[in-house]
Design a protein around this ligand. Structure first.
Ligand code: GAL
Length: 655
């Protein structure tokens, strides 16, 4: 299995490479990812290519049994490129972006595309036959540093073509977009504007005053632009090499559609930083990020950058506590990682990331973090057969939809509404109840006992049909407020609420309220609604909970409807975490899922591998915790009596 480090030989004197490679070997690292920001180094001036620096390092590493994942370096365009060609993005105010960080170029800029293709081709040609290059990474973190959207003339022209291909005629577009509203009909595709700044936008920058259809299509187009940009490089690489190709994605990041971006990749990889300058993530949030990345291709993945030390750009976040690097590693494996690469081997002395600590500090001396990973490497190499090809038994699916992430960002429904938080609340509740939960696109429902489709507001007729079939055949579908109300053009459907789901849910949401203060919700699920209350008239459905305040006191808030052989739950309001957990408990139990509260701060994941079933236990507490699970530790071979060490991770064969 890949157990590696991200390495930047170009940051170190040549005289240090061998000692660094020796130390990697001593640490148990067998893979290095490099090259992703080295454009200027390998093409010092236009058309002059020189890979000798990396050739030498790859050989030094290989002599110690360490293989290389090489990257195309297109994330960091050199200055000669931006001097000669006008490749920089334009922001929504029309301003040219500055150079000096990375990711400044436009995916639709013909010169950037051409230069990217050339450097990708030269790199591919150069390393295609190098047996020590075992995989490829394209570019680095598409969309990072708010670089998904560009408002330049190239984008405008490409957008026009993209729309023409999709809509065929401008009359069709006008009709779908509702151009009659405010006289926005276009005469040609070339007329279509980008949803850039216009004077109606308030200084807070929160609201758009553009047609929501235009805005949604532009977000789809921008995402597609990077998918297409990536595809050009993939095609070039495939001409020369059969080695696996990946890109390092960003977990919860939603500006680019991860399903689309990973379609052409052999495997997904991603970058995981649970605790840094910008704060710490709840462990369930990190687990969900892993699941999103697994769900992107419904396939195991690699963590290409895993936090290895205290991290920050201007100041550091908390130092990983003893045991935590190992714990994060097992957390990744439990949620579908088959390989892990730590960022970075040695902390940089110069440049932006002086405070983004790696496996070793600035002086390169191995200390606590190095030794912890060294021990982890030994463990993992001994249990590798359980990790490669392992699968999780999923009982539930939380649907993530990029169209809906964008649609809800364009029209938020109520002041504090946040789609990402909303879907997270359902993942978190499932995780806390030990329900193995996948996060993926709206598809393959029949694999799951329960499907959560929170706030699925933009929905195609086909998707609605599939969801209905799933329920008819015995599935359990959970919908929440604002589901089913819009079509794929971001137009509101002329239907009673909840739109395409009104019949399957057996209700009508006759009114709604975005309440100024919390409204108690009582019944089988007790809690409070804070941002939204659908006022529901059951139409065959049974009421599970009702509101206990406001003019809609006594009206249904949460319902369940028997439909075909299955059930549709409709949650008409947002709920606090404890209430979501109660709801998930009720839904899961009635779907025949074995629910158990995990002890606080403990995660339990049941896996299947070619070597048999096992259970991963993860303890995020800084104290020993009783898990109630007994068996044999596959890591130590000892009996496991149920108590897991502080910040501990165990792999158990349950008895
Ligand atoms: C990632 C990026 C790395 C490095 C790291 C720490 O997002 O891919 O190159 O910048 O963050 O900031």
């Amino acid at each position: 299995m890949i157990f590696g480090v991200d390495y930047y030989p170009e940051h170190w004197d040549r005289s240090e490479w061998e000692a660094q490679a020796d130390l990697m070997k001593e640490g148990g690292f067998n893979t290095v990812r490099m090259g992703e920001f080295a454009w200027k180094l390998v093409e010092r001036e236009e058309g002059n290519f020189d890979f000798s620096l990396f050739d030498e390092v790859i050989d030094i590493l290989a002599a110690r049994g360490i293989k290389t994942i090489f990257s195309t370096p297109t994330a960091a365009p050199p200055k000669w490129l931006v001097n000669k060609y006008d490749v920089l993005q334009r922001d929504k105010y029309g301003r040219k972006k500055g150079w000096g960080a990375r990711r400044e170029c436009c995916a639709n800029n013909p010169d950037y595309i051409k230069k990217s293709e050339i450097i990708a081709e030269e790199t591919a040609k150069h390393y295609a036959d190098n047996k020590n290059v075992i995989a490829w990474q394209i570019d680095n973190e598409f969309g990072c540093h708010a670089s998904t959207h560009c408002y330049c003339e190239h984008c405008r022209k490409e957008f026009a073509k993209w729309l023409k291909e999709k809509y065929g005629t401008i009359e069709n577009l006008n009709e779908k977009w509702g151009g009659a509203f405010w006289s926005l009909d276009y005469d040609s595709f070339d007329d279509v504007i980008l949803p850039a700044y216009n004077s109606c936008e308030p200084p807070s920058g929160n609201l758009w005053s553009h047609n929501p259809a235009l805005d949604l299509e532009y977000r789809r187009f921008s995402s597609d632009s990077w998918v297409k940009y990536q595809k050009r490089q993939i095609d070039i690489l495939r001409k020369y090499t059969s080695a696996a190709i990946t890109h390092n994605l960003m977990g919860h990041f939603s500006d680019i559609n991860a399903f689309d971006l990973s379609r052409e990749l052999d495997f997904v990889s991603w970058d995981n930083y649970p605790e840094n300058q910008w704060g710490a993530s709840e462990h369930e949030y990190v687990s969900m990020a892993h699941e999103i990345m697994r769900g992107a291709k419904n396939k195991n993945f690699v963590v290409m950058e895993e936090q290895a030390g205290p991290a920050g750009w201007d100041f550091v976040g908390r130092s990983p506590r003893p045991g935590e690097l190992r714990l994060w590693t097992y957390q990744a494996l439990a949620h579908g990682a088959e390989g892990i690469v730590y960022f970075r081997f040695r902390t940089a002395l110069k440049g932006m990331e002086q405070y983004w600590y790696g496996v070793t500090d600035h002086d390169g001396v191995p200390r606590r973090r190095f030794f912890e990973l060294q021990r982890t490497a030994k463990e993992l190499h001994s249990i590798e057969k359980y990790i490669i090809g392992a699968r999780t038994h999923y009982d539930a699916l939380v649907v993530k939809s990029y169209d809906n992430a964008w649609g809800h960002a364009i029209k938020r429904h109520s002041r504090n509404y946040d789609y990402e938080n909303h879907i997270y609340s359902f993942y978190k509740a499932n995780n806390d109840l030990n329900v193995n939960t996948a996060v993926s696109r709206a598809a393959d429902y029949e694999k799951y006992k329960v499907v959560y489709m929170p706030a699925y507001n933009i929905i195609t007729d086909g998707e609605a049909k599939e969801a209905e079939e799933y329920v008819k055949n015995g599935g359990n579908l959970v919908l929440t407020f604002r589901s089913g109300g819009r079509d794929e053009y971001n137009a509101v459907r002329p239907l009673r609420l909840p739109g395409v789901f009104a019949e399957t849910a057996g209700i009508e949401a006759v009114e709604f309220d975005a309440p100024p203060r919390s409204v108690p919700v009582c019944g089988e699920i007790n809690g409070e609604a804070r941002i939204w209350c659908d006022i529901i008239e059951p139409n065959g459905a049974k009421t599970l909970s009702y509101y206990d305040d406001e003019y809609y006191r006594g009206k249904a808030a949460i319902t369940v409807n028997e439909y075909g052989k299955g059930r549709v739950y409709y949650v008409g309001c947002d709920l606090n975490d404890a209430a979501v957990k109660e709801l998930v408990r009720i839904v899961s139990k009635s779907a025949g899922i074995d629910v158990k509260d995990a002890p606080d701060g403990v995660e339990i994941i049941r896996k299947t591998s070619p070597e048999g079933d096992y259970t991963v236990l993860l303890n995020y507490n800084e104290r020993e915790t009783e898990t109630g699970i007994k068996g044999e530790s596959l890591i130590s071979g000892n009996k496991f009596n149920g108590k897991i060490a502080p910040l501990g991770a165990e792999i158990i064969r349950e008895s």
